[in-house]
Design a binder for this molecule. Sequence first.
Ligand code: FE
Ligand code: FE
Ligand code: ZN
Length: 283
Amino acid sequence: MTYLGAHLSSAGGFYKMGKAALKIGANTFQCFVRNPRGARAKAIDPADLGKLRALLAEEGFGPIVAHAPYIMNPCSKDEGIRELAERMMREDLALMEHLPGNYYNFHPGSHVGQGLETGCRLIAGMLDRVVGPEVHTTVLLETMAGKGSEVGGRFEDLRLILDLADCRERLGVCLDTCHVSDAGYDIVHDLDGVLEEFDRVVGLERLLAVHINDSLNPPGARKDRHALIGEGTLGTEAILRVITHPALKDLPFILETPTDDAGHGKEIAMLRERLGEGTLQER
Ligand code: FE
Ligand code: FE
Ligand code: ZN
C-alpha cells in the first residue's frame, strides 16, 4: 500500500491528527508542530505524543513529516532571524524525539543578496549546531521553486549544503513536484531524466519524501503556486508517474494542495483508485 497523506490542519493535538489522517484514508501525514507563522512553540505533551506513536505503529503508517514554520530563514542577513530559526528547529526537534524515526522538513531559506555560497554556509552551520547525534529525526531539505533568492531551486544548492554540513548523514531531501517544475525541471515529459540528474547531483538515497502538488504555472516559472491534482500544469498522469516510479514508490507522498482535510481525502481516494488500492476504509 502506497504511503499517501496530506498536510493536515491542526486538529487540536497530535493523537487527534493521527485519527484525522485515518479518516481521510491516509497512512502518512504532514503537520506543523507549532504555529506556522508565529514563533511560539506549543508546550510538549508527552502523553498525547505517546498515543500518536502507538497509533502510527498499530495502523502501519509510513514515516510522518513535521514541517518547519514558513518564517524560518536560517540564511537571513539578520542575525536575530537566524537565531530564531535555530531556536525553532532545536525546539521542534526536541518535540520530535517523542516520535523518533520520522522526518522534519524545512525550506532552506532565502540568502537575500548574500550569495548562494554564503547562504549555504549559514544553513549548514545551523544544521551542525542543531542536528547532533542526540537527534533521532532525519532533517529534510525541501526542493524549492527558486523564487527570488531562495536556496534550493537547483539540486546543486542542496548538494552544496550537504557538502558543507558535517551532520549530512542525518539529512535527507524532500522533493516537491510543484517546486521542481516551477524551478525548471520537466517532470511531466522527462521524469527519468530529472531523477537521473537528482541522482548524479544529490544521490537518490537521500530522497526520503515527496510533496505531491500540481502547479498553477508552467515549468520554469519560479512562482510556487500549488494547484489541486489534475487542475494544474502537471496533471494527474504525471503525478501518478511520480508516485509509481520504481525509485520513489516506497516513499511517503504528501499532498499540499489548496484544499481542506476533506478535500485531501477526495484526492487520496482518487489516487488510490487509480493505483488500484481501494480506500483504506475498505481493507
Ligand atoms: Fe514546504
Ligand atoms: Fe512543499
Ligand atoms: Zn510550495
